[in-house]
Design a binder for this molecule. Structure first.
Ligand SMILES: *Cc1c(COP(=O)(O)O)cnc(C)c1O
Length: 494
């Protein structure tokens, strides 16, 4: 299977390993398979008899056709082992009548990013070999929290790679900071940046676009790469858990094959929900994809009116992984539904004017699959408290936004079918806000919040998070933004 750019470049197509190695296409577009493979009832029934790593290898093999099944199975088994995902990779719990929750946060860092970042480094290293790349890859990440830690856990001790993460000292929670500062591994570096997320991100972008820096590294056999969610290698593993969830609900007797399953996803960069859309396009009986946003409601407006307008106030919320103005993977949806020409035109408009608007016909194509809802901060806290009281499920602030959206959707369309809410983080990762939702007050010390929440709720904290909280910080260096490039060169040549 060949991969093409959403904006039309590389129209002859590149292999999947080439797409994973490059990340971004030459015209700034994102790589997409030139067609989406389909599966039928027999395939899904067969898949339902297999454990998660096998399901993963089967589905990946439909997309990554220059990897062997054995390679993919080895990678999936390594990524989703029982030591790494406790009790398992993507378990489903029951929220209420016909309402289920897909829990994607049982991995090493307690956030759903692990589902992609545990396997992506393995696929990436194989891609380098397949493409004849002999240089060492230096992965650079600017993070506002979840991605940095998940990337560190994914790339630590991976031969042929090094990873350096910059986080803003004023822009991550204290639990997230401690998670990163306590990171182990021989090829990792974590540095705080004076400033906010934008400062860190701008610094990283500057390093990527500095040709002198790139040449210097190249002379020493090192090249720069990123781990962000526009890489196909990060997106494709996310398709698996949607198919897998359908299998599990079928096995449990919650649905019968053919029943349409609605899915609600707390959305930021549109990677997670887009993977659900691909699963639907493959033929998995998925109904509506409910796109849940917080107060940053750029996607809600888009789903309702067809207008994408990034010129708006940015809100800092208690679901920070969804605080976003430009949802990069939406470009892939435009490509699949409207084609590369239209997609390139709208992306040009977004760059030049900060907005674009779909025609009515184009919007109705999107609305065949998607509907959007946004949830404000009060409703988010109220939902955390209400769900805990009524079901004893402790949900995090991102999942809460999705539960609230799912409830409103069900009510609006008087749905009687099954609904799957995607749960993207352990409540303990955002313990301060979850605690405040339940008690009405924030803990005095943010780092105490997980233990206080555990005492209050009686729900166990994930073991890796408990270990991190009691471990000593190892990476405590803080530097100025202007020193980032020097720090990268020093680390690369070490
Ligand atoms: C990254 C993240 C999201 C958003 O996922 P996208 O794929 O960017 O839409 C939602 N919730 C949590 C907890 C996350 O870490």
């Amino acid at each position: 299977m060949k991969y093409v750019s959403t904006r039309g470049a590389d129209s002859a197509g590149v292999s999947s390993s080439e797409a994973i190695k490059r990340g971004l296409a030459s015209d700034g577009g994102l790589y997409m398979p030139e067609n989406i493979p389909t599966v039928d009832e027999a395939y899904i029934r067969d898949l339902a008899t297999l454990p998660y790593p096998e399901r993963c290898a089967r589905i990946l093999s439909l997309f990554l056709t220059d990897y062997t099944y054995e390679e993919l199975l080895e990678d999936a088994r390594g990524a989703y082992s029982e030591e790494k995902f406790v009790p398992s990779a993507a378990p489903i719990s029951k929220l209420g009548d016909n309402k289920y929750m897909l829990e994607l946060w049982h991995g090493p860092t307690s956030a759903f990013k692990d589902m992609a970042l545990q396997i992506m480094p393995r696929l990436f290293v194989r891609a380098l070999k397949k493409c004849g790349e002999t240089r060492e890859a230096l992965i650079l990440v600017a993070t506002s929290g979840d991605t940095g830690k998940a990337a560190l856990e994914g790339y630590k001790n991976v031969p042929g790679t090094k990873i350096k993460v910059f986080y803003p000292i004023d822009g991550v929670s204290s639990v997230q900071k401690r998670q990163m500062q306590a990171q182990d591994g021989d090829n990792v570096s974590v540095v705080g940046i004076v400033g906010n997320f934008d400062d860190a991100q701008t610094g990283v972008k500057n390093i990527f676009s500095d040709s002198e820096c790139r040449e210097r590294l190249n002379d020493r056999g090192v090249f720069l790469s990123s781990a962000n969610s526009i890489n196909w290698g990060r997106l494709v593993p996310q398709i698996v858990y949607y198919v897998s969830a359908y299998c599990d609900l079928m096995k449990e007797g919650a649905i019968s094959y053919g029943d349409l399953l609605d899915v609600c996803v707390p959305t930021g960069n549109f990677g997670n929900i887009f993977a659900g859309f691909i699963a639907k396009r493959m033929g998995v009986p998925i109904g509506k994809l409910v796109c849940a946003s917080n107060k940053n409601d750029v996607l809600t407006e888009f789903m309702e009116s067809g207008r994408y307008n990034k010129k708006r106030v940015f809100h800092t919320t208690m679901s920070p992984s969804m605080d976003i103005l430009i949802s990069s993977n939406l470009e892939r949806l435009l490509f699949v539904t409207l084609g590369s020409e239209k997609c390139a035109e709208y992306m040009r408009k977004l760059g030049a004017e900060g907005e674009y608007t779909l025609t009515c016909d184009e919007l109705s194509l999107i609305n065949e699959s998607f509907v959007g809802y946004s949830t404000d901060e009060d409703e988010c806290m109220e939902t955390v408290a209400r769900i805990y009281k009524s079901t004893h499920h402790l949900i995090d602030t991102h999942t809460s936004v999705a539960v609230s959206a799912a409830e409103r959707y069900i009510n609006d369309v008087k749905s009687t079918g099954a609904m799957l809410v995607v749960s993207t983080a352990s409540p303990y990762k955002f313990a301060g806000d979850v605690y405040a939702s339940l008690t009405g007050k924030k803990p005095e010390e943010d780092l105490d919040a997980p233990l206080l929440l555990e005492k209050l709720s009686g729900v166990d904290m994930p073991a890796p998070l408990r270990r991190v909280l009691s471990s000593e910080p190892r990476h405590t260096k803080v530097i100025d933004r202007t020193d980032m490039m020097a720090a990268v060169v020093e680390f690369a040549l070490r």
